[in-house]
Design a binder for this molecule. Structure first.
Ligand SMILES: [Zn+2]
Length: 104
């Protein structure tokens, strides 16, 4: 059990490092793109599912506006929304049931 928890923490550590590496590359790539290109990309992808490209609609979940795909049902959070949900769930208890309920 303790070994599995240590392995999970190690996996999370490497996943965070990989995320930071990719984020740095994305920032470098973004810096080389022109403002107009960035605006065109945003317009093209705004409120589209990152998995299948279909339309996302905003739904309210525990008082937070989250984006749900009309095709695959995937739920996507903007920056800071996961923290808002955790704060609300912490105050109301039954954290996992509430969080998992969003994925039904
Ligand atoms: Zn989708």
């Amino acid at each position: 059990m303790i070994e599995k928890m240590a392995k999970d923490r190690e996996d999370e550590y490497f996943a965070r490092q990989e995320f930071e590496r990719r984020k740095k590359l994305a920032i470098e790539h973004e810096a080389t793109m022109k403002k107009k290109e960035l605006e065109a990309l945003k317009k093209l992808h705004w409120m589209c599912c990152p998995k299948d490209g279909m339309e996302l609609v905003e739904i309210e979940f525990m008082g937070v506006q989250v984006d749900k795909c009309t095709h695959c049902g995937g739920i996507f959070l903007d920056a800071g929304e996961l923290d808002q949900l955790f704060d609300k769930a912490k105050n109301q208890g039954r954290v996992f049931a509430k969080i998992l309920g969003a994925f039904r």
